[in-house]
Design a binder for this molecule. Structure first.
Ligand SMILES: Cc1cc2nc3c(=O)[nH]c(=O)nc-3n(C[C@H](O)[C@H](O)[C@H](O)COP(=O)(O)O)c2cc1C
Length: 396
């Protein structure tokens, strides 16, 4: 019996779990794997919404054959053509040669680019619909969440929103696929890590997409990754809405780059002093040993951010520079930011951090600390002051 789960009497989850890929998009670690969710609607016409990565084609197509027998698939709707969802399209078209592929103008351009497929395509526009029989699918274009062609498909009969990557997260579906079948706490961090690292650059587009959904009566959110939200669909919409505004909780993330422990020593003092000010959520990360995706996840969670780095070859410590570039690319804002640079002769770290602070949309917290070689009493006094100031700001 194949691995198919009914969502309603004629709508099915036909997705797959990936526990083999170590790095999503060849960058982001997948300790809990990821699911590629695909959906099938069996009505007078049969429609599939999004496919799966090319690593899972055989089992995926077998599942569909198991479900449909000799019946053909009439439509393949592409909400999102990133290859983790479109990798099975060529094989799909070979299995169902008469199929019509449905997407918007940008999707169809990318379909030709990636797969050289140009025949039997149907271009839809924002607000268009497709009748399958009892089911009527409405298309809502939501560009740049996080690719230009991204769109959502709404089934008005069962009030299901097939949302593409929006409202998705990391983590395989281990038996339970619905929010009420799993302990959702398990997914919380991995959903925010997905959002902050994959979608986080496109926060205005996420907000635009969410306001576009305003009038829709949504009973189920079915994204392309992670759990299907049928018990509390509003929860994931609210989470995505909050994260896209960079609304944060009380807490401080301290990230440091230190080769020989001197910068780290000052960081320990800052952390201790923030704790003495009554802040309970303090996360200290060594930039050299924790993958940036976990750090970015916590930066998206907490308001306070302190970046501390040594100098290296007249610039900032390279792993810290990598984090800064990512945060610049994501237009980090709405955070309270403190900075610490250390040097032994020329410096370089603090000026890069100052440049970052000036360009970011964060509130700068005094004092910027520049430490020579190892911390002295003045540096420890400054660390205390920075801790006091950031704690006061968080409590405002
Ligand atoms: C490869 C290398 C390059 C460095 N480049 C600089 C530099 O350009 N300017 C500077 O002031 N210090 C430089 N330093 C010295 C560091 O400031 C010093 O090693 C210090 O201990 C680093 O801080 P940490 O103890 O927190 O690792 C460099 C050190 C190393 C190992």
């Amino acid at each position: 019996m194949s691995n198919i789960v009914s969502i309603t009497d004629d709508i099915y989850w036909i997705g797959v779990n990936d526990r083999s890929t170590e790095l999503f998009e060849a960058i982001w670690p997948l300790p809990s794997g990821v699911s590629y969710n695909s959906y099938l609607i069996e009505d007078d016409k049969v429609a599939v919404i999004d496919t799966v990565k090319n690593t899972h084609i055989d089992s995926y197509l077998l599942n569909i054959k198991d479900l449909l027998g000799e019946r053909e698939v009439d439509y393949l709707i592409i909400n999102h053509i990133e290859p983790d969802h479109s990798g099975a399209i060529k094989a799909f078209k070979e299995a169902y040669p008469e199929i019509t592929i449905v997407g918007n103008k940008k999707t169809i351009g990318l379909l030709e680019g990636f797969y050289k497929i140009v025949d039997n395509v149907k271009i839809i526009g924002d607000g268009d619909h497709l009748e399958l029989g009892e089911h009527k699918l409405n298309f809502h274009l939501t560009p740049m969440v996080h690719w230009p062609e991204t769109m959502m498909t709404y089934d008005s009969k069962d009030k299901i929103l097939f949302s593409g990557d929006a409202f998705g997260g990391f983590g395989t579906l281990d038996g339970g696929i619905f929010d009420d079948e799993v302990n959702i706490e398990f997914y919380e961090d991995e959903i925010r890590r997905y959002f902050s690292n994959i979608i986080g650059k496109y926060t205005p587009m996420v907000q635009r997409a969410i306001s576009k959904l305003d009038g829709l009566d949504i009973e189920v959110v079915a994204s392309t990754h992670g759990p299907i939200w049928r018990d509390n669909p509003q929860r994931i919409i609210d989470d995505y809405s909050r994260w896209s505004k960079q609304d944060t909780e009380e807490g401080v993330v301290i990230v440091y780059g230190s080769m020989y422990g001197n910068t780290e020593k000052l960081v320990e003092s800052v952390a201790r002093n923030i704790s003495k000010e009554g802040i309970k959520n303090i996360r200290v990360y060594n930039i050299s040993t924790t993958h940036v995706s976990y750090i970015i996840n916590d930066i998206w969670k907490y308001e306070g951010l302190i970046l501390a780095s040594c100098s290296y070859n007249t610039g900032i410590f390279p792993p810290m520079d990598y984090l800064l570039r990512i945060l610049e690319n994501k237009n980090l804002k709405n955070h309270s930011l403190g900075i610490i640079g250390s040097y032994s002769w020329s410096g370089g770290a603090l000026s890069r951090l100052e440049d970052f602070a000036a360009k970011s949309g964060c509130d700068f917290i005094d004092p910027a600390i520049e430490m020579k070689c190892s911390p002295d009493n003045d540096d420890f006094d400054d660390a205390k002051l920075l801790a006091k100031n950031i704690a006061e700001k968080l409590k405002e």
